[in-house]
Design a protein around this ligand. Structure first.
Ligand code: CO
Length: 210
């Protein structure tokens, strides 16, 4: 059984191991963290960003929430995005969803008053469902969750493109690229679903004119 004490012991062992392999590891990392990626991922413990792309501390700036969403009214999400773009000047923003996502599965269920806050968060995914209702209701029910997982990733990438933060740097700044990825929990592989850059034409109703 895992206990918090075991995690602290594992941390000590890891720190010693890293120091043994490379005595400058921590002092170097403390001085330079210049991530080139912002990762918007699901909070699910099965999809840890650094692990699945074999990255080191300092390489990925990360925001994780239920079902990897970009919510315009969420200060946490938008503050991370703004900091990553305006200060760290990350070159890529990656939204990574995963097949079998529990958040997406929950969004396909009726709402429960026990999970009133989580339901509000997942309402945005119900909206993605409604947007693609015709397609989703025509496919095999067993494939519905995973197709909605993919559609949700694509929708979140468009939401990024609809923020003033991204549109402003696409016009006047360093022009980061937006990616929508899907992680397959069956084989551990990532596939790209969508990529948007500063040449992407944003629908006029979402465009900032300044
Ligand atoms: Co998930």
């Amino acid at each position: 059984m895992q206990t918090p004490e075991k995690l602290i012991l594992e941390n000590r062992a890891w720190s010693e191991e890293m120091n043994r392999k490379d005595p400058e590891y921590f002092s170097r990392k403390a001085l330079v963290t210049k991530p080139e990626f912002l990762w918007v991922g699901c909070a699910d413990s099965g999809v840890p960003a650094e692990t699945v792309v074999n990255a080191q501390p300092g390489e990925i700036f990360e925001h994780r929430n239920l079902a990897n969403q970009v919510i315009m009214s969420n200060f946490n999400c938008l503050s991370v995005l703004q900091y990553a773009i305006a200060v760290l000047k990350v070159k890529h923003v990656i939204v990574c969803g995963h097949y079998g996502c529990g958040g997406v599965k929950a969004a396909l269920q009726p709402q429960s008053s026990k999970l009133v806050l989580a339901n509000k968060w997942l309402l945005h995914i119900k909206d993605v469902y409604r947007l693609h209702q015709e397609e989703l209701e025509a496919i095999d029910p067993a494939e519905k969750v995973d197709r909605l997982v993919e559609l949700n990733v694509v929708e979140q990438v468009y939401r990024l493109a609809h923020t003033s933060i991204i549109q402003s740097v696409w016009k006047h700044g360093h022009k980061p690229t937006l990616h929508g990825w899907i992680y397959d929990t069956q084989d551990g592989l990532i596939r790209e679903l969508i990529k948007l850059d500063h040449n992407t034409r944003i629908h006029p109703i979402y465009q900032y004119t300044d």
